[in-house]
Design a protein around this ligand. Structure first.
Ligand SMILES: O=C(O)CCC(=O)C(=O)O
Ligand SMILES: [Fe+2]
Length: 215
């Protein structure tokens, strides 16, 4: 059986969760083979392969650092190990488009590493009518993550941005996806090196002539 066939059921669950709640948390959406490839890729990448992350235009490094402290490395089709994940996300894109008619057009994603003390303050990944990022994904790649390591993803209610909806432990293989302009979220300070892949599906639209934040 192929990885793609194995994933139909998890994808079905994700589509249903997105339709009913706008957010989905899955522990079996990403096949072990893909997870192992990503792990192997992380082992190849040294710290210099990661760059300081931005938060859009018109912000300097000092401002950035008060909001987010992670370092990132964009995934690329040209790397075989990264490609295995990107292909899987291509399958999710197709599946979600067929089920929910979301019109997802492209996907971009980066590895992120949070070192001890790093965080990402509460934010939305997209603002209504201001971006074509519509669906956020986060995949965690941490073996044996302990409660005292912190670094949880905290997701807040779309209706009340102060109301905590849920907390996600960044455990190996956990895959979260949510509507980018609906759910405020934050990464609590990590007490241990934390690895993830954050990604965004986009629709093919130029909104108000604005281009999305550059990479
Ligand atoms: O790593 C996470 O749990 C979420 C990261 C995030 O919110 C982002 O990169 O926009
Ligand atoms: Fe985010």
């Amino acid at each position: 059986m192929q990885a793609s066939e194995l994933s139909i059921e998890p994808f079905e669950q994700i589509a249903e969760d997105l339709y009913t709640k706008g957010i989905s948390i899955s522990t079996n959406a990403i096949p072990l083979k893909v997870l192992r490839a990503l792990e192997a890729r992380l082992n190849e990448l040294d710290h210099d392969s990661f760059d300081v992350a931005g938060i859009g235009r018109q912000t300097d490094h000092a401002t950035n650092a008060t909001i987010r402290r992670d370092k990132i490395h964009w995934l690329d089709n040209n790397n075989e190990l990264e490609l295995s994940y990107l292909e899987h996300m291509g399958q999710l894109q197709q599946f979600v488009n067929r089920r929910l008619f979301m019109g997802l057009f492209s996907y971009e994603s980066h590895f992120a590493t949070y070192q001890q003390g790093d965080f990402y303050k509460k934010h939305l990944d997209a603002f209504k009518g201001k971006t074509n990022r519509v669906l956020t994904t986060v995949l965690y790649l941490n073996n044996n993550w302990q409660p005292e390591f912190g670094g949880e993803l905290v997701v807040y209610s779309p209706d009340n941005h102060d109301e905590e909806l849920l907390r996600v432990t960044p455990a190996f293989g956990t895959f979260v996806t949510f509507l980018s302009d609906e759910f405020p979220h934050e990464v609590l300070p990590a007490q241990h090196t934390r690895f993830s892949i954050a990604g965004w599906f986009r629709v093919n639209a130029s909104l108000n002539g604005d281009i999305d934040p550059p990479r």
